[in-house]
Write a protein that binds this ligand. Sequence first.
Ligand SMILES: *Cc1c(COP(=O)(O)O)cnc(C)c1O
Length: 523
Amino acid sequence: MTMNKQGRPTAPGTVEDNELPTISGDRGLDHEEGLIFELGRAGMTGVDVPEVQMSETRLGGRRRKGPIGLPGLSEPEVVRHYVRLSRMNYAIDSGLYPLGSCTMKHNPRLNEKMARLPGFGDIHPLQPQQTVQGAFALISELMRWLTTLTGMPAVAMSPKAGAHGELCGLLAIRAAIEARGEKRPRILVPESAHGTNPATAAFAGFTVDEVPATKSGHVDADALEAKLGPDVCAIMLTNPNTCGLFEPRIIEMADAVHRAGAYFYCDGANFNAIAGRVRPGDLGIDAMHINLHKTFSTPHGGGGPGAGPVVLSERLAPYAPLPLLMHDGNEFRMIEHADEASGGAKPFGRMCAFHGQMGMFTRALAYMLSHGRDGVRQASEDAVLSANYVLASLKDVMSAPFGEGPCMHEALFDDSFLEGTGVTTLDFAKAMIDEGYHPMTMYFPLVVHGAMLIEPTESESKESLDRFIHVLRTMALEAKDKRTARFEGAPRLSPRRRLDETAAARNPILRWRPKDDARQAAE
Ligand SMILES: *Cc1c(COP(=O)(O)O)cnc(C)c1O
């Protein structure tokens, strides 16, 4: 049996689990097979391409000398390989995905249909502007929704993820500070912040100064005020914060930040808790990214695509990056160069080659228009209701550090209920996989020990939540009873068991190398 460093089995179907290993190595519908390169063999191909008559090459010494090493397989073999791989994945389309902070909600199929309309799906960013007026109109309408929902006057559409939006916001803030002839090297980041916040600040060349949390899980507003000074450029604060709590002193904090001549950046990844209910502009926020892929539903995870538009206050609006979308009364125009910009615009530069993620803009606007303003608000309210239902239903058996409630859109637990049980936080998470659930966000936020952050979102029915709650309650009670069998070596039923994730992260094997001359396969 293969064991990892934690002494856990990594292979499925071991005899120890009282299971007779199968002859094939497969388990029912879960197939075991090698990488596609290992399956491929010489002389096999899925396509029938006519022999090419080699004409005189114009590549000179750059002409390829060896085969390119594509695996040789027939079409049905390729299809099966990828379908089998997809079965090893968990997806929001297969079950509840309670990953806190990630807003894994249902992605309405209507969005997909709209994004595939040829007028949106098939256009090219280098097309003449007169031929994409409809796409510009769509972006403009989405900008109107975003500025209206946030109560902010301007929005930069091009950032391609939340973290990219954070960078955009900080660069706009830096441009504004430099325009005042000042240098402010320090950024304040609460200790409960998402890792991207300090990483962005450091990447943009600032030093990061941590603001502690209070016992109730909020940002310590007094500690924040004490840290403010003429060298502070901005604070980056998340609201609702990563403990799933609304910051009650946010306006007071914004005032203090502004009095010190600094800017207030808000991480808006948790906008799904407040969209349609709270306008961040009313809280004194100067810049905030919105994760369209989270709040406004686009399939996400696994690396993208994402879209992180940044709404900007009056004071920061002039520094919004290129390109700028303008309407001259007649038609839309993308301003691509700073010297073409009018109305006092002083763009700090640009974030990416083109204008952003058109496919995601289309999905987000489809989501907004199909919900309507009242529907967006209802979705937020339901997301908060679901999280409170989970919190209230589990806090007597799982420990909730800030459990007096209510919470916003996510329920935070810690691992003190597992103390002395012999079951670790990781065991608990892995056992959820056997029950058919993706684990919640683990060990984040860092302000509590062994955090377990559950974000059920509004798209789960009460029946689905009840089933989930029943599973977690039973697991928690069994652990407390020291009935630990379910947790030992979990997951038992997944295609892979407990992998050595640390070794995988430290020594990643990023390139497949052929063992023999399998490279000849396709050619
Ligand atoms: C998801 C998230 C981010 C980063 O967004 P990406 O689109 O993944 O770059 C930042 N902050 C919080 C609180 C988040 O949940």
